[in-house]
Design a protein around this ligand. Structure first.
Ligand SMILES: Cc1ncc(COP(=O)(O)O)c(C=O)c1O
Length: 413
């Protein structure tokens, strides 16, 4: 609980495993209908500004009507009319009660951890998390906030998660499929062990997106999203979001975001609303292209290993098929010759761009051991499957034959 009522504007959220934070009314509409309509009705917009598309309200502050009549929204650090539409829409897509957006996906994680964890608490996770998440978990929170992170040894086994949870655990946090090795964690099984001990489960749904995976239906209590990736889909927006029970979302918004800022600006929210309209169409094409490329790479004599949940030999293939409706747009593969081999392949691409991020309409490659996961120890990288020759491929929406030609050319030469 917060210890000083002078500062904190909302009650601290208290997790109750008996209460499922699912929003029923929005679930009556199909996913694509929600992506187009949730959170905004043209006839409910203000009369003078009636608009078919959600309007962008590029204003930081909102005037008081009279001395003691506080407007809502009141100030851009908590919400704006445009981010409010996006927050309702993201909550509807994930099937959650409420949402608060943030300046990036990493910021969303930071705000969530900062709101819920106190010195002496711990968070249970695994090494299958993105680079900035790992850095927050190993450096920022343990060293600066006294919050310990436990990386489970056998993330494929629910008992391993169970063994790591104790009385000081405030959250279990998992990412599935993981970046960059596409490890798939059993959401329902981890939710069951966390809930049995009264601990909420946080799932990062950035890689699959709600178009392909519905963690809340499987027992997750809170969803983390990077908008920057597939939700935006073209590397024009940096943003993040937390979807979860309304009291949790308002705890984050009023007790952390309100004091810290780092919010998603209205223009970014407005762009994201438009990009979300095509999310499921894009994810279907990303997945189809990635599946074709994964199958091509797995048979390629100069590729040592391929990670993709849609491949028959993926270690959690059955689970992926149960938990996801398609394999998604990210894969990774190991080039021969370690770091040097990976560097040669990357430098030979002509169509595929070498850049940091994923989830874009144009295909991108990146070398996780030196760029995103460089702070892991060699032993941790080995445990997480991040070989020196690993190349992450974010498969775009191009004609897949052109991508295969580029890959083949880079591997052959
Ligand atoms: C799975 C996952 N979640 C969250 C993030 C953070 O996103 P952002 O770049 O918006 O901070 C990343 C970034 O790579 C990621 O891979």
């Amino acid at each position: 609980m917060h210890d000083d009522d002078r500062f904190f504007m909302r009650d601290a959220w208290v997790f109750d495993p008996e209460v499922r934070p699912i929003s029923i009314p929005d679930l009556n509409l199909g996913f694509d209908t929600r992506a187009l309509h949730a959170g905004f009705h043209p006839l409910e917009s203000v009369e003078d500004f009636r608009s078919f598309v959600p309007p962008i309200v590029q204003s930081v502050t909102y005037p008081y009507v009279s001395f003691d009549e506080i407007p809502y929204p009141v100030y851009g650090r908590t919400q704006t009319p445009t981010t409010a539409v996006l927050e309702r829409r993201l909550a509807a897509l994930e099937g959650g009660q409420a949402c608060v957006t943030a300046a990036s996906g990493s910021q969303a994680l930071f705000h969530l951890l900062f709101t819920l964890a106190r010195p002496g608490d711990n968070v249970v996770t695994s090494l299958n998390v993105y680079g900035e998440g790992y850095k927050q978990a190993t450096a920022i929170f343990p060293e600066r906030c006294g919050v310990d992170f436990r990386f489970v040894e056998e993330p494929a086994i629910a008992a391993s998660w169970d063994a790591a949870i104790d009385d000081a655990t405030v959250l279990v946090w998992l990412e599935t499929p993981s970046n960059p090795c596409l490890f798939v964690t059993d959401i329902a099984a981890v939710a069951a062990v966390a809930h049995a001990k009264g601990v909420p489960l946080v799932v990062d749904n950035t890689t699959a997106t709600p178009a392909l995976q519905k963690p809340m239906e499987l027992g997750a209590d809170i969803i983390l999203l990077s908008i920057t990736k597939f939700l935006c889909g073209n590397a024009t927006v940096l943003g993040g979001a937390i979807v979860g029970p309304e009291p949790l979302v308002e705890d984050v918004r009023w007790n952390t975001t309100e004091f810290v800022g780092a919010v998603l600006p209205p223009f970014e929210a407005w762009l994201t609303l438009h990009f979300l309209e095509t999310l499921s169409l894009r994810m279907a094409r990303h997945s189809a292209n990635a599946q074709t490329i994964a199958e091509f790479l797995v048979d390629h004599p100069r590729v040592e290993h391929v990670n993709y949940p849609g491949l028959p030999d993926h270690p959690q293939r059955d689970l992926a098929q149960r938990q996801m409706s398609a394999g998604g747009g990210m894969l990774s593969f190991v080039a021969p010759g370690g770091m040097e081999g990976a560097a040669q392949v990357i430098d030979r691409f002509e169509l595929i761009t070498h850049a940091v991020t994923f989830g874009t309409s144009r295909t991108i490659c990146m070398h996780p051991p030196t760029i995103t996961h460089e702070h892991m120890t060699p032993d941790e990288r080995a445990k997480a499957g991040i070989a020196d020759g690993l190349i992450r491929l974010s498969v775009g929406l191009e004609d897949v034959d052109d991508l295969i030609r580029d890959l083949d050319g880079a591997l052959e030469r």
